[in-house]
Design a binder for this molecule. Structure first.
Ligand code: NAD
Length: 257
């Protein structure tokens, strides 16, 4: 049985990963924004899936001390932390000359710096236990750019640099660090992005789906949350011990072009 912390797991990809680990019987620490009653319903539903415990910690990814408290709470409750998934993320799509500086700051803080704070707090525990799996949810935008996403692309490229660095630092301690780089996944984050991109490019939402989003992916299909969760499960397993410092694309061929 493993203990896993997944940031931003009240929705989308994080929630899908939480479900897979709960089903496998692991202890899961949920995190993310949302209404208290809905989060409790999600927690109870996941707890009923498997043998492990599922708890919720409300750390705001803008607050380093709350992130450290989430790791400490997990260590106290379960005796350690085996897997961390820095996943929480937000998006804002706008031309750079109009890009609000406060949006830049928030995206860098939530999509990049929160991963640093999480890894920084968990690394000593993982090194001590000679086992750890750091699985960051980056993006195809960690490898390539698209217009109007300056902060997001910068943050995701930063995640890849962070992951490579901690992979080297953890290598002799049984701690691996990898980044999953999904293409477009149908989640609430992408729903918001479709609307914003339509505005930025003066297109209809249907045009954005067909001419921007699925045009980027040669398979012409969205990536499914469950497919990302399966890759995360594999990276957490003993079989993946020699995969470290890698950026793993799951993007329907987008970045092969
Ligand atoms: P989502 O909007 O469904 O979920 C985002 C999660 O982050 C939510 O649980 C939300 O509550 C949480 N969150 C946001 N701000 C937070 C804060 N300040 N503190 C704590 N939690 C916070 O989005 P998603 O599509 O599931 O995205 C998850 C990750 O996957 C993000 O890092 C995103 O960049 C990445 N990603 C998504 C796609 C996609 O197409 N959906 C593609 C590539 C990468």
């Amino acid at each position: 049985m493993k203990t896993i912390i997944i940031t931003g797991s009240t929705s989308g990809i994080g929630l899908g990963i939480a479900e897979s680990f709960a089903l496998a019987g692991d202890n899961v620490v949920l995190n993310g924004l949302g209404k208290a009653d809905e989060i409790e319903a999600t927690r109870a539903r996941l707890a009923a899936l498997g043998a492990g415990e599922v708890i919720y910690h409300g750390a705001n990814m803008l607050k380093p001390d709350e992130i450290a408290d989430m790791v400490e709470t997990t260590r106290t409750r379960f005796g350690g932390v085996d897997v961390i998934v820095p996943n929480a993320g937000i998006q804002h799509v706008e031309k750079i000359e109009d890009f609000p500086p406060e949006k830049w700051d928030a995206i860098i803080a939530i999509n990049l710096s929160s991963a640093f704070h999480l890894i920084r707090a968990a690394m000593p525990i993982m090194k001590d236990r000679k086992f750890g799996r750091i699985i960051a949810i980056a993006s195809a935008h960690g490898l390539i750019a698209s217009p109007y996403k300056s902060a997001y692309v910068a943050a995701k490229h930063g995640i890849l640099g962070l992951i490579k660095t901690v992979a080297l630092e953890g290598a002799e301690f049984g701690v691996t660090a990898n980044a999953i780089c999904p293409g477009y996944v149908e989640t609430p984050l992408v729903a918001g992005q479709i609307a914003d991109t339509a505005k930025a490019r003066n297109m209809s939402e249907e045009q954005v789906i067909n001419e921007v989003i699925l045009k980027a992916q040669p398979t012409k299909q969205f990536v499914q949350v469950g497919q990302i969760a399966s890759l995360a499960m594999y990276l957490a397993s003993d079989q993946a011990a020699q995969i470290t410092g890698a950026a793993l694309s799951i993007d329907g061929g987008w970045t092969a072009q």
